[in-house]
Design a protein. Structure first.
Length: 307
């Protein structure tokens, strides 16, 4: 694990998994890189642990001169579970969720984690549900947000970025009863929603990550997270007031959050860069990494030039 600095290899530091007390919750996190470098906070999507921010991705980002922090959102992985109901199929179809907590609460978790690890501000990067949370971090905690990267997101206006109708059953299907069934179920899901050119190697990658996640899982509240997403507020007006560099990245092949969500998000944020990627679906396929890594770095450098 090295980065190149001035032509010389430099070892990438890695913290290993740790825990932080945040607002009565315990959040599991891990960091890569030099803590004195600018921090990039990675926020994962619905029901997925921080492991889905692949280790190699985090190392590559740290190698570009960043302190990279990934973490398990509440109700996922090794972070605290929250009690209460999730969402019914009826509520999902009618977008009438009664969430136990809100996206704002999850954004406060992220900001609280920065407090717990003594980081004043960060470049906030979120994917899918994580992009909703990242937007809320920038809105609710502008002093903590150096830049914003929203991937596969939407502004919550209820019109843009909606789920393609034929994918709705994917969110309403019963959970598999066995661990192996759960693994293969997720593989099949990513085949349906993923980027063009998926291979057996991509399937193997999902299987390995899913098994690793299940082995360390102490919380699985994806139903409550989904309720928070369905019950999201319209962030458009608040996004229009942001004063940070922003990149909005969206796959042209995304059917879970239609590309109109990314277009609307970029239109709302003053000066935001919009990057629509042909062939990209609702996943972080490895072939997308170079463009995403470059985009995170480019957006962070824009923030540095403003200081």
């Amino acid at each position: 694990m090295v980065r190149v600095d001035g032509g010389l290899p430099v070892e990438i530091q890695r913290s290993g998994e740790r825990f932080a007390d945040v607002g009565g919750l315990s959040l599991c996190f891990e960091s890569f890189g030099d803590p004195t470098d600018e921090t990039v906070l990675l926020v994962m999507g619905l029901g997925l642990s921080m492991l889905y921010w692949r280790e190699e991705f985090c190392i590559e980002l740290a190698g570009r001169g960043f302190h990279v922090v990934r973490f398990d959102n509440r109700d996922v992985g090794r972070s605290s579970a929250v009690s209460g109901p999730g969402i019914s199929g009826w509520q999902f179809l009618r977008r009438r969720a009664r969430p136990v907590y809100t996206l704002g609460d999850m954004a406060d978790d992220a900001a609280g984690l920065l407090d717990a690890i003594a980081v004043g501000s960060a470049h906030v990067v979120g994917v899918s549900l994580g992009s909703f949370i990242a937007q809320e971090v920038a809105i609710r905690h502008p002093e903590r947000t150096r830049s914003l990267v929203s991937i596969m997101g939407r502004p919550g206006d209820g019109r843009t970025g909606r789920v393609a109708r034929r994918l709705i059953p994917l969110f309403l299907r019963p959970a598999p009863r066995t661990p192996d069934g759960a693994v293969e179920d997720l593989v099949r899901a990513f085949r349906r929603i993923g980027s063009a050119g998926r291979t057996e190697a991509d399937d193997a990658d999902v299987r390995e990550l899913t098994r690793q996640s299940m082995q360390r899982e102490t919380a699985n509240g994806s139903g409550r997270q989904l309720a928070a997403a369905v019950g999201e507020r319209d962030r458009t007006g608040d996004l229009q007031g942001l004063e940070v560099p922003a990149l909005v990245m969206h796959g042209e092949k995304d059917r879970v959050i239609l590309p109109s969500g990314g277009v609307a998000t970029a239109a709302a944020i003053p000066g935001a860069e919009l990057l629509l990627v042909p062939g990209m679906g609702h996943d972080l396929a490895r072939w997308v990494w170079p463009e995403l890594l470059a985009g995170i770095e480019r957006t962070a450098r824009r923030a540095s030039h403003r200081l």
